[in-house]
Design a protein around this ligand. Structure first.
Ligand code: SER
Length: 625
């Protein structure tokens, strides 16, 4: 079955059930400064899931272009891609579980003609205040019974289990994952997934999980998740609890690439018509054959994924640059060239440009704008490839001067040629070597310390002194980091700090400039936390315990075996070593000193936000009476 057929069948199926088809939103989110790319179908629909009226009504169907950079290291296996299309159907406070689950089952079995015996499902097993999803279990049993299958729950595969209950880590969906990681305001809910069984074929027995029983969520490759019905009915509150939304929504997402693979009973998504024209170009350019040997197969998967993703970003207006979306685009192209080198493609880089037309053809019916822009994109892509190709060649020649790579050389390559860590790792593995990450980080830190010392004088623990003003700013610094994580992006980590009696400075990883609205929100939260006069407590614990508990640490810093952790507002009666983020406002590895209560800090103001290097932002802040 062709992917165009799968997409059309899906849209038609739901249109016949009174859904209105809406177009895919751009890969670059329009009104959402919290994230670089649209990474799921629900992202552009968040306001409507939270209650706003959608102009097209309460039942929607779409195919959303999506990009997930967090999956980049997984690309190379049979099913992970960074760019994908997510088929979605949406109930905005309209139907719920008893319509959703039978519909998706009917679509998969009647429209895609998947054998019901090869479908397995999962449900949420319950956690915290949210109970086990018994209703979905009941509905699934009924659905399977209608096709003559006695679907058992609570049994292993060997015992005939077909419905599997998993904890929040697997069966809860929000943009930030399980409830404990959701920032205030974030919607989420339990979900129920459908897995397609590609057959045992000895896969599990050969996998690293061979000593554990196989199950639908096992990573051995036997099962592939093809459909996910999220019952989006909760929202995280500032107090850490989940509140039921006024409307119960369905957010269904199924990867087009994976559904097509299941429809064709071929577990390799790269062999579907969504990738095979790109693989063909790579085979011609390299003279290697896809599928016959593991290395070229993996490399061709990465290359076709990355170049397709790069082209789709460019269609939506992204250009290569050193910031934000442009930086991710640049990295995709650079990574592709490195992988091309593994195929022996280094002198002639025109193969990159030759990958453009196949992408336009793949999406000619669904996204005609790709065809409209492809000539311009081919030139830009080729130009970017040639520019980095020269650096790559020089860097590779430099590497040849060393008999073996080590972390120090890897750092020099990073400094001089902009080779990211992962690229050096790839080069080393090609030479049958490994590189020591700790040594790379040691060099990285040495360099960071040197540049900090040169620029601003060296202060112990980032503090100029232990005076009253500096101490207050130090506590404000902790409030600021926690507010950035809660309001802007939970993945923000501190990359450096510098505090004097006059002002604080924090460096953190983030790909773009913060908006004035974000800065205002952060400032307001810090001041609220000051007004709440929260208690600051120091607890000593083993480093490993502090890490597991989730205390923040500065990237690349070395810490002793026992560390001090400063908590702001640790809940009464909670064992600090077992605290979760819901039990405190902030927890950081820190040598102090701090104030005892935040109420003494005064008023906090953000003075400036600027870039402090690729992917690093810097904020200056002040306290006044
Ligand atoms: N939001 C869910 C996902 O992205 C279902 O659409 O998997």
């Amino acid at each position: 079955m062709q992917s165009d057929d799968v997409r059309n069948k899906f849209i038609q199926y739901y249109k016949a059930r009174k859904h209105v088809a809406i177009p895919s939103a751009s890969l670059v989110p329009e009104n959402d400064p919290t994230t670089l790319f649209t990474s799921s179908g629900m992202q552009p629909l968040i306001p409507y899931l939270l209650g706003q009226t959608h102009p097209s009504g309460k039942r929607l169907v779409d195919s959303q272009k999506s990009f997930r950079s967090q999956d980049i290291d997984e690309v190379g296996d049979n099913r992970h891609t960074t760019f994908f299309e997510m088929l979605g159907n949406w109930s905005l406070g309209d139907y719920f579980k008893k319509e959703q689950l039978p519909w998706i089952f009917e679509f998969l079995t009647k429209e895609l003609k998947l054998d019901p015996k090869r479908l397995y499902v999962s449900v949420f097993e319950g956690e915290g205040a949210v109970p086990k999803d018994e209703e979905s279990i009941h509905i699934w049993k009924k659905i399977f019974k209608e096709v003559g299958i006695d679907a058992k729950e609570g049994l292993s595969l060997n015992e005939g289990g077909r419905i599997f209950a998993y904890p929040a880590k697997k069966n809860w969906w929000s943009r930030s994952g399980e409830p404990k990681n959701m920032p205030p305001g974030e919607p989420g809910g339990p979900d129920s997934e459908v897995f397609f069984d590609f057959g045992a074929k000895g896969l599990h027995e050969k996998s690293p999980w061979k000593n554990e029983p196989c199950h639908p969520n096992c990573d051995c490759g036997r099962f592939m998740e093809i459909a996910n019905s999220v019952f989006m009915q909760y929202q995280k509150m500032p107090d850490g609890n989940l509140k039921e939304l006024a409307q119960k929504n369905v957010d269904f997402g199924g990867g087009l690439e994976r559904m097509t693979a299941a429809a064709n009973d071929n577990p390799d998504v790269f062999m579907s018509d969504l990738f095979s024209p790109l693989i063909q170009v790579l085979e011609e350019a390299s003279g290697r054959v896809y599928g016959e040997e593991p290395v070229p197969t993996r490399v061709m998967r990465v290359l076709s994924d990355h170049i397709k993703a790069a082209i789709m970003m460019m269609v939506d207006g992204v250009l290569p640059s050193n910031k934000g979306q442009g930086y991710i685009l640049r990295r995709l192209i650079r990574r592709s060239l490195l992988y091309g080198w593994k195929l022996g493609l280094i002198k002639d880089l025109t193969y990159i440009g030759r990958l453009a037309s196949p992408v336009a053809k793949i999406y000619a019916g669904s996204y005609p704008e790709v065809t409209e822009k492809i000539d311009e994109i081919r030139l830009l892509l080729q130009e970017e490839a040639l520019r980095f190709g020269k650096t790559l060649e020089r860097g590779l020649a430099e590497i040849e001067k060393f008999p073996a790579l080590n972390g120090k050389i890897a750092f020099n390559l990073y400094e001089t040629f902009g080779f990211p860590w992962e690229m050096t790792v790839e080069i080393a593995s090609e030479k049958g070597q490994t590189v020591d990450r700790a040594q790379f980080e040691e060099e990285f830190n040495k360099h960071k310390t040197l540049s900090r010392t040169a620029a601003a004088g060296m202060f112990k623990g980032g503090l100029a002194d232990h005076g009253e003003e500096t101490t207050k700013l130090h506590t404000a610094h902790h409030l600021l980091l926690a507010s950035l994580q809660k309001l802007v992006d939970p993945s923000i980590k501190q990359r450096g700090s510098n505090i004097t009696a006059e002002r604080l400075r924090i460096d953190f990883n983030f790909m773009r400039k913060l908006t004035p609205e974000e800065l205002t929100k952060v400032e307001v939260m810090v001041n609220e936390k000051i007004k709440e006069n929260l208690k600051v407590t120091r607890i000593e614990m083993a480093r490993g315990v502090a890490e597991t508990m989730g205390a923040q640490r500065e990237f690349g810093q070395k810490y002793p075996d026992r560390v001090g952790v400063y908590f702001v507002n640790l809940k009464e009666g909670v064992d600090p070593e077992r605290a979760t983020p819901a039990d405190y406002f902030s927890a950081e590895f820190c040598g102090g000193p701090h104030v005892s209560f935040t109420g003494t800090l005064g008023h906090f103001t953000i003075r400036k936000e600027e870039s402090a290097g690729a992917g690093i932002r810097r904020i200056y802040g002040l306290l006044s009476k």
